[in-house]
Design a protein around this ligand. Structure first.
Ligand code: HEC
Length: 172
């Protein structure tokens, strides 16, 4: 898939910039935590370990694998976008955000899936996530981290929001 092509190009640079990028990602994530959970010191029940109330989405084995591949690519996309921001390549960061996390990606991902397997609430969370990414892409050209970071935070919040609501059960 042509969308994946830019990623390997980054691998070499990543070796050098990996630590910086990881640091930046941690910063982004910790900013997200303190914004989303103001009482950071308090123990929040972990929904993945206790009283799992997430809704299950039943997928066939290939569809489950495809869903997982898209998710792993989402995480990698976040990393290369942070990497581009670290390098102050705002044009690239914007392009990657649009093509990897925006509505374009939604159409790509859905083309590989059977939409009827996903409940409307899942679809709404997916659209909210893509909308947040489009907004991030719109704000990146300001080159102003004070504007970019809160919008990046909104994208990450949209990832987390869906993970708290849904899990996948797929045939083996
Ligand atoms: C609309 C819902 C939704 C959104 C938005 C979403 N995810 Fe997911 N993601 C899921 C579901 C469902 C799973 C499967 C969780 C399970 O079964 O335990 C998952 C799993 C994952 C996994 C684990 C993959 C594996 O190998 O098992 C990663 C990593 C991930 N998502 C990253 C992300 C990132 C990063 C974002 C945001 C850029 C994101 N996701 C946005 C629904 C979503």
């Amino acid at each position: 898939m042509s969308l994946v092509l830019p990623l390997p190009l980054y691998r070499e640079k990543q070796a050098l910039l990996g630590r910086v990028a990881l640091g930046a990602l941690c910063l982004v994530l910790s900013t997200g935590c303190s914004k989303a959970y103001p009482f950071h010191g308090e123990q929040r029940p972990n929904p993945y370990l206790t009283s799992d109330t997430r809704h299950s989405i039943q997928l066939s084995s290939p569809a489950g694998k495809e869903h997982r591949a898209v998710m792993l690519q989402h995480l990698e996309s976040i990393q290369v976008i942070v990497n581009a921001l670290v390098e102050e390549d705002y044009e690239l960061a914007k392009g990657l955000t649009e093509s990897h996390l925006g509505f374009f990606m939604h159409r790509q991902a859905m083309a590989q899936q059977q939409p009827e397997n996903f409940p409307p609430a899942y679809h709404d969370l997916a659209m909210a996530h893509h909308a947040a990414a489009e907004e991030l892409a719109r704000i990146i050209p300001t080159k102003d981290l004070k504007q970019i970071l809160p919008q990046f935070n909104n994208v990450m919040k949209a990832c987390v929001a869906c993970h708290l609501e849904f899990k996948v059960k797929s045939g083996s």
